[in-house]
Design a protein around this ligand. Structure first.
Ligand code: ATP
Ligand code: MG
Length: 212
């Protein structure tokens, strides 16, 4: 009997990454391990539909920071898909496009923080994603999982919302790090060392981001 080809498991970590920090990296690494993924693709957003202020670095700079941060991990990759797309990026379009690119042999896992996953359940057209994507929602300090329990999306498969993609909750070591706090620290000349990889801190400093 011919051996059935193993479906590869691809994590997709979406975000603004303005800048990328250890919260993102720990989340991706833990998803890689807990969900037995083959690799994780970081997907910096082009023009995030919900964030339009001038604090957001140009996509190219956020892409560079993401490459610097992930360079040492052989299972981490960075995609230019969203930053090269014209206009705002919607995660649902990206996932559908990735499915087109990779085909049915690749199973997609969208990795997100507990704060962001909430939107997924209310996406229009989320039914389209049921077959091709699962969602991994990482715990994040300050965001309660209680409301998920109320919606019966926990635990795992049981009682999952009909027609909506599967959402698994993933416990990660709590890191109360956010890009917002990092930008504030840079502006106030407070340290960001140990919150972001060394190369990221150096690139931010030499470029003078968020100083004016
Ligand atoms: P900002 O403060 O600008 O919103 P952020 O730190 O939330 O930035 P994003 O780029 O918005 O970073 O986040 C990308 C993804 O990573 C989101 O799904 C978010 O929930 C998740 N994430 C960010 N920080 C953490 C963290 N410390 N722990 C777990 N998940 C996180
Ligand atoms: Mg955020």
């Amino acid at each position: 009997m011919p051996e059935e080809k193993k479906r590869s498991r691809l994590g997709v970590m979406g975000g603004t990454f303005n800048p990328i920090h250890y919260g993102h990296l720990v989340t991706a690494e833990e998803a890689l391990f807990q969900f037995n993924l083959d690799k994780v693709i970081f997907m910096p957003a082009g023009v995030p539909p919900h964030k339009t202020d001038k604090e957001i670095l140009p996509p190219e700079e956020r892409y560079i920071l993401t490459v610097i941060a992930t360079a040492s991990n052989p299972d981490f990759f960075v995609s230019r898909l969203e930053i090269e797309r014209k206009g705002p990026s919607y995660t649902i379009d990206t996932l559908l496009e990735l499915h087109e690119i990779f085909g049915p042999e690749v199973k997609l896992f969208f990795i997100t923080g507990a704060d962001a996953v909430w939107e997924i359940l209310t996406w229009r057209n989320a039914e389209k994603l049921v077959e091709l994507t699962e969602f991994i929602a990482a715990t994040r300090p300050g965001y309660s999982l209680e409301k998920f329990k109320k919606l019966h999306v926990l635990p795992e498969d049981k009682g999952r919302v009909k027609g909506k993609p599967k959402v698994s909750i993933m416990e990660i070591p709590a890191l109360a790090i956010s890009s917002t706090d990092i930008r504030r620290r840079v502006r106030e000349n407070r340290p960001i060392r140990y919150l972001v990889p060394e190369g990221v801190a150096s690139y931010i400093e030499k470029s003078g981001f968020w100083k004016d």
